[in-house]
Design a binder for this molecule. Structure first.
Ligand code: FES
Length: 333
């Protein structure tokens, strides 16, 4: 099984280098620029090794290491820093880091440091287990004397670890199962706080492209609020769709510049041609329609996008021809 690595660094260049270097070394690599997100990721996933920058906005790398020692004590932590100093290195090791590497580093340097850190951490854990075994054998500690609470905490931790390890990867799930897992992860990320309902809906919406009735139902059950409340909140915002997007997505701009040039007429024409209104998907699933306020290219107005293609100086006739062309292509394929 591939070893898992988490890289926490506010420099995207460092993240992409680590991704490239360690994926080539058969690691499964997760990266984040946010120390807070890094700390929440370790609660769900066990990482064999964590690379952590020292100076990051928001949370100092030393503080992150201290927290990782409490929440993910089995991970080998390596601190990386563009401002190396003996004092900082010593401090990092005292707080539980296995190594300290100065930036910029070569691929060989960082790979060697990571492999050695993992080996040292594993050796450290083996020693602890052996010591515990020896003490129990020689009677220096007896199992019944172990605090009940500690046993409970251990069994909860073991169960949690088992749950994480047996959890199937997202890639192996069907689309509805994957959407469910992602929705639950989003709710956890927002601490299931209903004050963050819009943020949660936006995150799920940006993954799925719409909020299905099943998804709204799941969120309602998990947050103990009614589906009606969620729907009422979401439908207030034009950004949310409730139908699965069509195979081809048409966006018609009706911002001031485009409207003056005929954007409103184009919208009416496409509505009647496809027999849908903005937010809906045609019955055959081929087209979905969205009305937007401005696409930032007003000089080209009226503007219509079809999938990723931006079409300027549009007219109802031109759009109608473009739609017919797609129909013809789809019917051949
Ligand atoms: S108003 Fe349509 S692109 Fe700006």
């Amino acid at each position: 099984m591939a070893r898992k690595m988490l890289v926490i660094d506010d420099d995207p260049m460092v993240l992409s280098s680590c991704l490239r270097i360690f994926e080539a070394e058969a690691f499964y690599v997760v990266t984040t620029t946010s120390p807070e997100e890094g700390l929440s990721l370790v609660l769900d996933t066990y990482f064999d090794v964590i690379l952590c920058d020292w100076m990051m906005p928001g949370l100092d790398g030393m503080e992150v290491i201290t927290r990782l020692e409490q929440t993910s004590p089995g991970s080998a932590v390596v601190m990386i820093s563009g401002y190396p100093s003996i004092e900082r290195a010593t401090e990092a090791m005292k707080r539980g880091a296995m190594d300290y590497v100065a930036k910029p580093f070569t691929p060989d340097e960082i790979v060697r440091a990571v492999n050695e850190a993992i080996q040292r951490k594993e050796a450290q854990e083996v020693k602890i287990v052996e010591r515990f075994g020896r003490l129990a054998k020689t009677g220096h500690i007896s199992l019944p004397s172990i605090d009940k609470k500690m046993l409970q905490a251990l069994s909860v931790a073991i169960e949690e670890r088992r749950r994480i390890e047996t959890k199937p990867s997202l890639e192996s799930l069907s689309e509805p199962e994957r959407l469910k897992e992602i929705t639950l992860a989003v709710l956890d990320k927002y601490n299931r706080d209903t004050n963050n309902l819009i943020g949660m809906l936006q995150a799920v919406h940006s993954y799925a492209g719409y909020l299905s009735y099943e998804t709204i139902g799941l969120i309602a059950r998990e947050l103990h609020i009614s589906e009606h409340d969620i729907f009422g909140t979401a439908s207030f915002y034009a950004q949310f769709r409730f139908e699965e997007p069509g195979k081809h997505h048409i966006r018609v701009c009706t911002g001031t510049a485009c409207f003056v040039g005929g954007g409103g007429v184009i919208l009416e024409a496409v509505k009647s041609k496809l027999d849908i209104i903005p937010g809906q998907t045609s019955e055959d699933g081929l087209f979905s329609l969205e009305r937007v306020a401005c696409m930032g290219c007003c000089a080209l107005g009226p503007v219509v996008t079809i999938d990723d293609q931006v079409n300027g100086k549009m007219s109802p006739a031109k759009l109608s021809r473009a739609i017919d062309k797609i129909y013809r292509t789809e019917s051949k394929g």
